[in-house]
Design a protein around this ligand. Structure first.
Ligand code: COA
Ligand code: AMP
Length: 637
């Protein structure tokens, strides 16, 4: 194992506070911290309490102050709209100042919450940075979520304003955002004072000026013309930078809160040590700003480290073909590419012999990073074989904001073990506990937990819900953060992440709650009971599969009910739920205490070995499930 990794990990273990204090030297502080770590503050302690700083200053202004204003900061490459634009750090500052001025003129200031519901366009990133500049707290909502999900988020964070666009561009269709936004606001109890709408050429949205709609582009132009100067507002290191809602086990999403100080320290450290990129180089996270990968590695990480980042509005396939990733890498001289394994599976399916890869000059591309779901060895090997560069799997979550385990390229690549995201990063002491909280021997499967305190950059709590954070993440294994992933650590210290221990599934690299889908299915008037599980899918990793028990008196054609339930989930949660597989069953398998045996159903659907649960109420029901799955063409055993 690389001496450098071992040495760095041991330095952290020996004195975590000294380790993070050294890392913090890479960040500009307006006022230093009174303590590196304050164990008595917050839910499990707080990093850099007492310090004042500003994330926007660290992402933009200080690079310009250091003489790098002309360097490329943002590359917008949109096969979806046929647009490419390059922004230097100076350009980004001008855009961000203008947006900050627009927001400030509409009364947005420190601590106010602003929802950003936008496609992958530069204005989305500039809006995030403008909020950071003012000390306002942004909450980005992924464009594939429908009105109800948006309304839940508007209400939970009591948003003062929404920044949105007239439309998003999905292959073959223009997604009108404004009707979704209007519907969400109609549903929400909180009525944001303003909606800033960026009109795109593909679709103009009718604006309701009397309801606080603002033509965003026009307002920005006015501020640019006036050259309004907006300085960075000093904020506490422990003040929130953003809230990012993520799927929980119920329909109520969890608002992961990230602070300013610890977040910057951690991300800046990762750019150098995990991703191994130098200032000035191009880093591309082919994700979406609606997800944590987008927050950390499209926006904040690369800009904190003085890299150029790529905002890509397109898909790995179909925009226009499976060579689009390679075209972007070659054209912009991308040094490190970060995406989800599902994107590679999609590319491989269309271009199994990697003919597109051979068309482009990819000499600049040094490393491919994968995360978001388990990286299957076949996908990794295919990428290694054709790209001829290291392929690095790393494991993290919305909650942690950066990698818990990785193969740290910047510290020297460690030997790869297929199926493992390699070793714990400094800041994370990973242990495997059985359900009773006892440590299990190496190589044994159990609950993956992280010893508290969590390192800088991880969530500090859920928005307005300390108790929910404690009860869902900290209480079950006292002294540890429960990742809700099951896995093991081998004798070399490599971590293996096998499956979630809760009702979360990973579909096309998107984190989805089957519990939330069950809540929606249950809303259908003909449905008496239901269960949604994730079943294996060659492309997306997992897809949701719904089992419906209909009410006794229902005699309608099931295909109509099926269509309505699918549409209901699409309308309530959004197309991103990818909920298309629904079947009718007479009964659901349950334990004697009434708990639905989702885990066993999943094993049957995936054709995995399974054991009859000792607590099952009626074993015959599992046979019925197996028959229905087979009838629906799903490999059941
Ligand atoms: N706005 C509106 N709708 C969206 C959307 C968005 N931002 N993103 C996805 N959708 C829609 C899709 O159009 C699709 O709609 P459809 O049912 O009408 O076809 C639906 O949501 C499901 O999307 P998805 O599951 O992503 O399937 P897909 O076929 O569109 O794409 C992949 C499949 C694998 C190409 C794509 O999911 C992908 O690139 N995944 C990588 C994900 C990723 O980067 N994750 C972040 C972790 S690094
Ligand atoms: P998200 O919060 O959307 O980033 O999803 C986090 C979840 O995705 C984790 O809890 C894991 O279940 C899964 N995940 C992310 N990265 C990996 C990985 N490299 N290997 C296995 N599972 C992963």
């Amino acid at each position: 194992m690389s001496e450098r990794y071992r040495e760095v990990y041991e330095t952290w273990e020996h004195d975590p506070e000294a380790f993070w204090a050294t890392a913090a030297e890479g960040i500009d502080w307006f006022k230093p911290a009174s303590e590196v770590f304050s164990p008595s503050e917050g839910v499990y302690g707080r990093w850099f309490a007492g310090a004042e700083t500003n994330t926007c200053h660290n992402c933009i202004d200080r690079h310009i102050d250091a003489g790098r204003g002309e360097q490329t900061a943002v590359i917008y490459d949109s096969p979806a709209s046929g647009t490419k634009r390059i922004y230097s750090y100076n350009d980004v500052l001008a855009e961000v100042k203008a947006i900050a001025a627009v927001l400030k003129n509409h009364g947005i200031g420190k601590g106010d919450r602003v929802i950003i519901y936008m496609p992958m366009i530069p204005e989305a990133v500039f809006s995030m940075l403008a909020c950071a500049r003012l000390g306002a707290v942004h909450s980005v909502v992924f464009g594939g979520f429908a009105a109800h999900e948006l309304a839940t988020r508007i209400d939970d964070c009591e948003a003062k304003a929404v920044i949105s666009a007239s439309c998003g561009l999905e292959p073959g269709r223009v997604v009108a955002y404004k009707p979704l936004l209007d519907h969400a606001i109609d549903m929400a109890k909180t009525k944001p004072a303003y909606c800033f709408i960026l009109q795109r050429d593909q679709l103009h949205a009718p604006l309701r000026y009397e309801h606080g709609d603002v033509d965003f582009a026009h307002a920005i132009e006015v501020e640019k013309a006036q050259g309004t100067e907006i300085a960075c507002t000093p904020v506490g290191a422990t003040d929130p930078l953003y809230i990012l809602y993520t799927s929980g086990t119920t329909g109520q999403p969890k608002g992961v809160v990230r602070d300013n100080g610890g977040h910057m320290v951690a991300l800046a450290w990762t750019m150098k040590h995990i991703y191994g990129v130098k200032p000035g180089e191009v880093f591309w996270a082919a994700s979406d700003i609606g997800w944590v990968v987008g927050h950390s590695y499209i926006v904040y990480g690369p800009l904190l480290a003085g890299n150029a980042t790529v905002i890509f509005e397109g898909k790995p396939v179909g925009t226009p073909d499976a060579g689009t990733f390679w075209r972007v890498c070659a054209e912009h001289d991308v040094k490190a590419l970060f995406t989800a394994p599902t994107a590679f599976r999609a590319i491989r399916r269309e271009d199994p012999d990697a003919e597109h890869i051979r068309k482009y000059d990819l000499k600049g591309l040094r490393t491919l990073f994968l995360a978001g779901e388990r990286a299957d060895p076949e996908t990794i090997k295919w990428a290694e074989r054709h790209l001829k560069i290291p392929v690095v799997d790393h494991w993290w979550q919305t909650e942690t904001g950066w990698a818990i385990a990785a193969n740290p390229v910047g510290l020297g690549l460690l030997p790869v073990k297929y199926g493992s995201p390699a070793v714990p990063m400094p800041g994370y002491r990973i242990e495997i506990l059985d359900d009773a909280g006892h440590t299990v021997p190496s190589g044994t499967l159990g609950n993956l937990v992280v010893k508290l305190p969590l390192p800088p950059g991880c969530l500090v709590t859920f928005w307005n819900a300390d108790e929910r954070f404690r009860s869902s993440c900290l209480d079950e294994f006292p002294g540890y953060y429960k990742t809700a992933d099951a896995g093991m650590v081998d004798e070399d210290g490599y971590v293996f992440v096998m499956a979630r221990t809760d009702d979360i599934i990973n579909c096309a690299g998107h984190r989805l709650s089957t519990g939330a889908m069950e809540e929606v299915c249950a809303m259908h008037p003909d449905v008496a009971e239901c269960a949604v599980i994730g079943i294996a899918d060659e492309l997306k990793g997992q897809i949701p599969c719904g089992f419906l028990v209909l009410k006794n008196n229902v005699s309608r054609d099931f295909s109509a009910i099926q269509r309505e339930v699918v549409q209901l989930v699409r309308d309530e949660i959004g197309p991103v739920a990818a909920f298309k597989t629904v079947m009718k069953v007479e009964r659901l398998p349950k334990t004697r205490s009434g708990k639905i045996l989702r885990g066993t159903m999943q094993k049957i659907a995936d054709g995995m070995p399974w054991k009859m649960p000792a607590t099952i109420d009626d074993p015959a029901i599992l046979d019925e499930i197996s028959v229905v799955l087979k009838q629906n063409g799903i490999a059941a055993n």
